[in-house]
Design a protein around this ligand. Structure first.
Ligand SMILES: C[S@@+](CC[C@H](N)C(=O)[O-])C[C@H]1O[C@@H](n2cnc3c(N)ncnc32)[C@H](O)[C@@H]1O
Length: 454
């Protein structure tokens, strides 16, 4: 299909048509990420797209669901569209491509009425001066997807080939082997349940919320339908949302009452809350003031306290080392694709290599902030070995004054499969109950527990 220049101002939408605002926002956000602004997170692109128009909570949730579904099966949806477009997928026309992708994602993946998916996509095309003339094409292609839905779905037999960008599929095959790479890609299609961390009484809250108390410690809400803020216990600060794997690094650090603990990349504060809930005196550091504001609001709701410092962790004074240090380093986040499938398509291998350098400098800093005899936990929510096991192998070579404390299965409720051959934590999206359905699965986390020798 011929290319035309991108336009910069999104077309207006008619707010009186039910469901149109959600489709507009989803389409704009997907177009942004498929276009030149590739580094943006979907959450930010959605907020940007909604700016100016007031989106009801239900519409905002629908916009997020459509955009997320679009990225979860992006490869497969694009292939299905390409096979039904005479000139193939539109090139350099992110708004047209996003219109088709979000329309197809609704038809193939979401429980929305087919006529709403098709008609509202056509309306958006008609409202856009640059796409008006293509409204009949949008209509025809999406109607065909409706008619051929069962056959299209039956073609999706290999999520690693269909829905994983080549650079990631290649890396996961090399790191984990063919079978595990396939299981990871399959787990991504399942999405993720809502996991909660509780300061106390997980059994009681699991029952009250209709959730499952996982042996790893978290409570998993498989059927959560309402917004988390409407669930029992939210307002009184009984729990916070945190993937079951994301809660493990602090369990390994095992902060104790009265200890001084530094959380070097703390915002939005899930791990800070765990450390504070254990009774330790935690200093929460992050270079993002906006994200630390969220951390402050979260801790306030939970009735927990921390010393909050807005700074680049690399600039921290080193005169009073801590009993324990947590470095939840900035990373490519490829372990979070069940929740954030956009990451697979907006990040690249260059991001991995760039982040590895920053992680290395932060690790060296974290080492200097750990007192002799103190503990250091390094973790990332990445599946890439350079951001995990490779980083720690390099670190131990550079720092003979540190040793690894190998994680034993009893520290992770007997789940030996979560521990790599070196004794570090290595969770995969396909772990836990086979990783299938929303009852299974974990974010892909790496964590290493290190000790500074006396
Ligand atoms: C993976 S997130 C942390 C998540 C957090 N630990 C939690 O559990 O909620 C990484 C954080 O590192 C922060 N960050 C990145 N580079 C930093 C630096 N040089 N110094 C301090 N914070 C940094 C980012 O702003 C981001 O909030």
């Amino acid at each position: 299909m011929a290319s035309t220049p991108n336009r910069s101002t999104p077309p207006p939408f008619d707010p009186s048509v039910p469901g149109l605002a959600a489709r507009h926002v989803a389409r704009e956000a997907v177009a942004t990420l498929l276009g030149p602004a590739r580094g943006l997170a979907l959450e930010d692109a959605l907020a940007q797209a909604a700016r100016g128009g007031r989106l009801e909570p239900g519409e905002a949730a629908l916009a997020r669901a459509i955009a997320t579904a679009s990225f979860r099966r992006l490869g497969f949806i694009q292939a299905a569209l390409a096979a039904r477009l005479r000139d193939g997928l539109p090139e350099n026309r992110p708004h047209l491509l996003a219109l088709l992708v979000t329309g197809a994602a609704q038809i193939l993946d979401l429980a929305v009425a087919d006529h709403a998916a098709v008609d509202l996509s056509v309306r958006l095309a008609k409202a856009d001066p640059q796409l008006q003339h293509l409204a009949p094409l949008v209509n025809a292609v999406l109607r065909r997807i409706v008619r051929e839905r069962d056959a299209i779905r039956a073609e999706e037999t290999d999520p690693l080939a269909h829905n994983t960008p080549d650079w990631l599929a290649r890396r996961w095959r090399a790191a984990y082997g063919e079978a595990a790479a396939r299981a990871i890609a399959a787990a991504h299609l399942e999405g993720a349940a809502v996991d909660l961390t509780l300061a106390r009484d997980p059994e009681i809250w699991a029952e009250r919320l209709g959730g499952v108390h996982l042996d790893l410690g978290s409570v998993r809400l498989v059927e959560a339908r309402e917004a988390v803020a409407d669930l029992p216990g939210y307002a009184e600060g009984a729990w916070w949302v945190q993937d079951a794997a994301a809660a493990l690094p602090v369990r390994l650090l095992a902060p104790e009452a009265g200890e001084r603990v530094a959380d070097l990349c703390a915002a939005p504060g899930g791990k800070t809350a765990q450390i504070a809930a254990a009774g330790a005196a935690v200093t929460a550091i992050d270079r993002s003031a906006a994200r630390l504001e969220r951390l402050g609001r979260n801790l306030e709701r939970l009735g927990l306290t921390a010393e909050v410092v807005t700074t680049d962790a690399l600039a921290l004074p080193e005169d009073t080392p801590f009993d324990a240090v947590l470095l939840d380093a900035p990373c490519s986040a490829t372990g979070t694709l069940r929740r954030h499938p956009d990451v697979a398509w907006t990040k690249s291998e260059t991001d991995v290599f760039r982040l590895v350098g920053l992680q290395r400098r932060l690790l060296d800093k974290a080492a200097r902030l750990t007192r002799p005899g103190g503990r250091l936990v390094y973790c990332t929510c990445s599946l890439e070995p350079e951001e995990g096991s490779g980083q720690i192998a390099d670190f131990l070579n550079r720092h003979p004054d540190f040793e690894r404390i190998a994680i034993t299965p009893d520290r992770v409720a007997g789940h030996a499969e979560l521990i790599d051959p070196s004794g570090d934590l290595r969770t995969l999206p396909s772990h836990l109950a086979g990783g299938t359905g929303r009852t299974g699965g974990l974010d892909g986390f790496f964590a290493s527990l290190l000790r500074r020798k006396d």
